[in-house]
Design a protein around this ligand. Structure first.
Ligand SMILES: C[S@@+](CC[C@H](N)C(=O)[O-])C[C@H]1O[C@@H](n2cnc3c(N)ncnc32)[C@H](O)[C@@H]1O
Length: 249
């Protein structure tokens, strides 16, 4: 009988020196950070089916224009606010401050284009204090096809877009931040502490940054150069130093 299943995209070709995130799965790392740092308020940009949201046991605000929740995202949370809107509309609305005095842990996993992540980071940092942590997903692309600005499902099953550019941007424009790139599967996790809600460097440079990085491709920048800049760390080594929220305050 003929095989009528749709052909799977071929395993993505990765040039030599391509960065690989092979550590503990990011959802387990996220859960570990929730359980150890015990944030009073968690902000999630991009929830999709709710896999990351369900790992949060505390108070949470989740923003997604297209929730596709499956399973129990409420769990034992004392409070959960689901906002069906883009992050841009959410931050512009001022709703965050109505709901929570401040954000202690934020996970940015919405639109996988660097200018969206940059805007989400700028807006989220304003809601944080010095003891908070912001996590960025998708910094380590699976393959050249997954690192493009357009998702072509024929060439790559997963898509991390050009979020990898955030490493270049934060290293250059915000050297004051404690910014680590860790290796959780499947596409890494950026961990940012030492936040300063009064710092306006990124906001002021935002349009220049977007114009500068928009057309840059990973081929042009170079996978090895990205590896050198990321200095990707093993999550098992880095995690113990990231679990104590009070230590950073
Ligand atoms: C990869 S999924 C999130 C996965 C989820 N964080 C997890 O780990 O289980 C990305 C989500 O971002 C949402 N998204 C797309 N554009 C967005 C935007 N402008 N603001 C907020 N969320 C957005 C999509 O609807 C999608 O559900």
């Amino acid at each position: 009988m003929a095989d009528i299943r749709a052909p799977k995209p071929e395993k993505p070709a990765r040039p030599a020196g391509w960065p690989r995130a092979r550590g503990r799965h990011y959802l387990d790392v996220l859960e570990h950070l929730h359980l150890t740092r015990r944030p009073d308020w968690y902000l999630e940009i991009g929830s999709g089916r709710g896999h990351s949201l369900s790992r949060c046991p505390g108070r949470a605000i989740a923003v997604d224009p297209d929730f596709r929740l499956t399973g129990d995202v409420m769990g034992d949370k004392p409070e959960l606010h689901l906002l069906r809107q883009t992050s841009e509309a959410f931050f512009a609305s001022g709703k965050a401050l109505e709901l929570a005095p401040r954000i202690d842990l934020a996970f940015i996993d919405g639109m996988h284009l660097f200018e969206y992540v940059l805007d989400d980071f700028i807006a989220a940092e304003k809601l944080c204090d010095a003891g908070a942590m912001i996590l960025l997903h998708d910094l380590v692309p699976f393959s050249p096809a997954a690192a493009e600005r357009e998702w072509d499902p024929e060439r790559t099953k997963g898509w991390s877009g050009d979020v990898w550019k955030m490493t270049l941007i934060l290293r250059e424009y915000r050297p004051d931040l404690e910014f680590k790139v860790l290796n959780p599967r499947p596409c890494g996790l950026g961990v940012i502490t030492g936040l300063d809600p009064t710092n306006s460097t990124l906001e002021e440079a935002r349009d220049d940054i977007v114009a500068r990085f928009m057309d840059l491709t990973i081929e042009e920048f170079g996978a090895r150069k990205l590896c050198d800049l990321m200095q990707m760390q093993d999550v098992e080594e880095a995690l113990p130093g990231l679990c104590d929220r009070e230590a950073a305050e």
